[in-house]
Design a protein around this ligand. Structure first.
Ligand code: PLP
Length: 392
């Protein structure tokens, strides 16, 4: 008899998680790795955020809460978003989730029926494709051009719309390319969706890690909010990946359905994490600007390092903490047939962890997270340079 459902057969283990597992295995054998694999801040969670969780535990705030999160944490999200982006959500248009990934998962589960199309710009974050497929949806890929800095425009999206289109996923700044959708393009896409009755799922998990000019959210075009769902996360903004703190902001009907789904699955996100999140969102935001300033320095350092590697080219990321260099010059050398081959050899021979572009829908790139120390960047770049120079 068949053990597993068809549903689970539609998805694969997250590629970044698979790489992280292999890297951990090698590390455990005592190998010193230059690890650019995992997409997570190298910073500690700021002290005042940790303290709020400790205080919550000590005061006995350790029980079930409302499924969608306590009103205070939802208000803190709504207020933060309003202060930073001029949006006008009500508390019941917000749900707090066990991580941003769950917000995305639940949003797609409540919006997408079998056969519905979901437009997804390429390169895309690994999980989008699988989560769409798990919901029964069909990803419709829209290729962005590296020569145009992976720009995504309204006309590109418009060309992919059919009568089956239900949603558009936009992730800006982008994991893996670091590309930022310009404010004008974002407005164009949100307006287009609103006119056509299509939902824009805005993955804003890196919204505070945008490096040039003002920060903006696609939810700021408030006259279109009926068709916009913001998916947010505290993971990257406040160096809180392990806490699992995320949220969604959107129309009450959608947020209500997401809460209903949550009521039959995870229930509330951890109570003390909600308290820590209130401290993160309502406390001083200086930690966020400090980390952003550091990421800019690290980005510049790794790009400078890449200049010393003949054949490697790279767009300049405008946000997030990834670089997405083009490695096509090395395909065909040293028996390397693909980005995956190169990533596997970099790991086994040069002890450098990167994620191959195939995971993000392109086959001529590798992704490196530069949320690491300057020393790791310097050593890693040296290893990559030497490894690539040795390819015949
Ligand atoms: N969205 C994007 C684009 C991401 O890169 C990530 C994490 O890597 C997430 C969402 C989910 O973050 P979390 O579930 O930690 O909040």
């Amino acid at each position: 008899v068949k053990v597993l459902s068809d549903r689970i057969g539609r998805i694969e283990v997250s590629a970044t998680m698979a790489i992280t597992a292999e890297a951990l295995r090698l590390k455990a054998t005592g190998i010193n790795l230059s690890d650019f694999g995992a997409g997570e801040p190298h910073f500690e969670t700021p002290r005042h955020i940790k303290d709020a969780a400790i205080e919550a535990i000590n005061k006995g705030f350790t029980r079930y809460t409302a499924v969608a999160g306590v009103p205070e944490v939802r208000k803190a999200i709504v207020d933060r978003h309003k202060a930073d982006f001029g949006t006008d959500y009500a508390v019941d248009e917000c749900v707090f989730t066990t991580g941003g990934k769950l917000a995305l998962f639940n949003a797609l589960q409540v919006l997408v029926d079998h056969g519905d199309e979901v437009i997804l710009p390429v390169p895309y974050w690994v999980s989008f494709k699988d989560i769409i497929q798990y919901a029964g949806g069909v990803p419709v890929f829209v290729e962005s051009k590296e020569s145009e800095n992976f720009r995504v425009t309204a006309s590109m999206i418009e060309a992919a719309i059919t009568e089956k289109t239900k949603c558009i996923i936009l992730n800006t700044p982008s994991n893996p390319s670091g590309a930022v959708v310009s404010k004008a393009d974002l407005e164009g896409i949100v307006r287009l969706a609103h006119e056509r009755g299509i939902y824009v799922l805005l993955d804003e998990c890196y919204v505070y890690l945008s490096f040039d000019g003002e920060l903006f959210s696609g939810a700021s075009f408030t006259d279109c909010k009926e068709h916009v769902v913001v998916l947010g996360s505290l993971s990257k903004t406040y160096a809180m990946t392990g806490w699992r703190a995320g949220f969604a902001l959107g129309p009450k009907q959608i947020i209500g359905a997401m809460s209903k789904l949550q009521s039959q699955s995870t229930s509330n996100a951890a109570s003390m994490v909600q308290k820590a999140s209130i401290a993160a969102l309502m406390g001083s935001q200086e930690c966020v600007s400090e980390m952003r300033a550091d990421y800019i320095k690290l980005r510049d350092r790794i790009l400078e390092g890449f200049k010393s590697i003949p054949g490697l080219t790279c767009t300049v990321p405008q946000g997030a903490f990834y670089v997405y260099p083009n490695i096509s010059a090395f395909i065909g050398k040293g028996g390397i047939k693909s980005a995956s081959d190169l990533a596997a050899k970099l790991l086994s021979e040069a002890h450098v962890v990167v994620v191959p572009g195939e995971a993000f829908g392109t086959d001529e790139h590798i992704r490196l997270s530069y949320a690491v120390s300057a020393d790791v960047i310097d050593e890693g770049v040296k290893r990559i340079r030497e490894f690539l120079a040795g390819l015949k």
